[in-house]
Design a protein around this ligand. Structure first.
Ligand code: ADP
Length: 507
């Protein structure tokens, strides 16, 4: 197995289900990539472990090769061989685990949504730890993400630490408390965890349904550091309304729980170097933005009659969390206000996808509305660059990356004040906020009236003074949403727990 080069900093291993751009479903993939790159820049040795999905974007992996060893890992009472691949993703070493299990866990043509996801990812969590153990690695931090790799925390402390593989402390980040991965408690033993020991109210038993086991809860109980992706969301999930049944557990473990606002990868999201765009541009050289708007309108066969007509956009997974009824309303409201609307989104929920297909065909040849119901990364870059305003009416939003990307591309966000949106977008008309922080339009109650109000204020601002709008665009493009400060917060959390562990070991 590849040995890490020596490094002055910490040795950090992320175990995750996604990393952009090779395996990305949503924000998780962006975070694993962006945080890892920022930590590497700070001098830490960062490695990543992922499943070897058949749908990986392998053209984005440099020097992908199978290693000459097979790692055997435990599942359902026996050992299974895993082929280990290694490659470089944007300068980061990534291990990909390919299980030789008859269920072909990662040969499904998709990342999630399979009937046996609990098995797939508990298998992967165990195999990932086995890989680190057998490779003789001595990481300082093992950082796992979301319920899919939450099993790592109890597996590490209950099985691997006892074998002497105990150099690391565990950091767990929950990117969305809506997804907890619960299953009947009998499923837990497949990966070697002890049901008797763990199916208890203070450990992994689900707080709402007692015969179910909750991996997310297990990670909260068994990790040394627990984070989520924004300070406001960290507060929201400690309440009965926001915690999805885990607020009590989080309160009990509040000392180790903190919200750290995500950053964005400012290399991949940079309008002045973005080769996907027809024309690059920057805050100092804004002309290119208008040219991108013209190009997108032409490509989508929207009317180009009025260059000044505002273009409102939305790029999202179409799931209830994102406020789909308000997104639908925003389309009609934009037309009413005299703007143009472009939606890029797709839905894993059949009735939502059908609903939007209906709206898409209603507006099929409309000069001012286009709905693109698919996932398309390149097109997303062009839309961010072309848009004047960006709509995010989420019912809840752990962090949200699209508002930050939109601002970096000079599109003014119109958002509901929740979670990470509340920590990154501040209303232009809110006198209680220092002027230098004001960067968009916000509303609180998730209803059509309040959304209308925010949109009307944005349109008024846009139409009243093009100079002031341009100043706002330049201001938001210059805001710093890079990973630097968030990565520093993670670094401090890691260092504190590592120092404590070392002090305890030396006693
Ligand atoms: P979530 O993780 O809940 O999906 P985030 O705002 O944290 O939401 O991250 C969404 C990421 O996925 C952004 O990078 C956004 O550009 C991208 N994205 C969402 N939908 C699409 C789509 N249909 N096509 C391309 N990119 C998309």
């Amino acid at each position: 197995l590849t040995q890490p080069q020596t490094s002055q900093g910490l040795h950090i291993v992320h175990i995750a289900a996604e990393i952009a751009p090779v395996a990305k479903v949503g924000g998780l993939g962006d975070v694993v990539l962006g945080l890892s790159k920022a930590l590497q820049r700070k001098g830490h040795l960062v490695e990543i472990v992922l499943p070897k999905y058949d749908c990986l974007q392998e053209d984005q992996i440099i020097e992908l090769k199978a290693l000459d060893v097979a790692v055997e890992s435990f599942f359902d009472g026996q050992l299974f061989k895993n082929k280990i691949w290694v490659g470089i993703v944007e300068g980061l070493p990534v291990y990909f685990i390919e299980p030789h299990h008859p269920s072909k866990f990662f040969w499904r043509g998709e990342f999630y949504g399979e009937h046996d996801d609990f098995k797939r990812f508990s298998f992967f969590s165990r195999a990932a730890l086995e890989l680190l153990y057998q490779a003789g690695k001595k990481p300082d931090i093992i950082h796992c993400h979301d319920w899919q790799t939450a099993f790592v925390a109890p597996l590490y402390w209950d099985i691997y630490a006892a074998k002497g593989f105990n150099s690391a402390r565990i950091c767990f980040t929950c990117h969305n408390f809506e997804y907890q991965g619960t299953a009947h408690f009998s499923e837990l033993s497949s990966c070697g965890l002890d049901i008797q020991r763990l199916n208890r109210p203070d450990r992994m038993q689900d707080n709402s349904v007692p015969d179910r086991i909750n991996p997310l809860k297990g990670a909260i109980v068994f990790s040394n550091i627990v984070t989520t992706v924004s300070p406001t969301y960290a507060q929201e999930v400690c309440t009965p309304e926001g915690g999805r049944g885990l607020h009590g557990t989080l309160r009990l473990h509040s000392k180790k729980f903190v919200g750290v606002l995500n950053g964005i990868d400012t290399d991949s999201w940079n309008p002045s170097t973005d080769i996907i765009l027809p024309v690059q541009y920057s805050a100092d050289e804004l002309q290119g933005k208008a040219e991108n708007k013209r190009a997108l309108r032409t490509q989508l066969e929207l009317s180009s009659a009025d260059a000044f007509q505002p273009l409102v956009c939305c790029i999202t997974r179409l799931v209830p969390q994102k406020g789909v009824h308000l997104i639908r309303h925003a389309i009609y409201q934009t037309v009413e206000l005299g703007g143009q609307f472009v939606l890029l989104g797709s839905s894993p929920v059949a009735h939502i996808q059908r609903d939007f297909e209906g709206i898409a065909s209603h507006f099929k040849n409309h000069p001012h509305v286009r709905l693109l119901l698919k996932y398309d990364d390149a097109l997303s870059h062009m839309i961010y660059a072309a848009s004047d305003m960006f709509i995010i009416p989420s019912l809840f939003e752990p962090c949200g990356l699209t508002q930050m990307i939109a601002m970096r591309y000079g599109s003014v966000p119109i958002v509901r004040r929740t979670g990470g949106l509340n920590d990154s977008v501040f209303d232009v008309d809110d006198d209680s906020i220092p002027v230098q922080y004001r960067n968009g339009f916000t509303f609180l109650t998730p209803n059509e009236q309040e959304l209308n109000n925010a949109m009307e204020r944005a349109f008024k601002y846009y139409k009243k003074s093009p100079e002031n709008w341009q100043k706002l665009v330049q201001k938001i493009m210059r805001l710093d949403f890079s990973w630097e400060s968030s990565a520093q917060q993670y670094e401090e959390l890691y260092e504190k727990t590592v120092t404590r562990a070392r002090a305890a070991a030396n006693v």
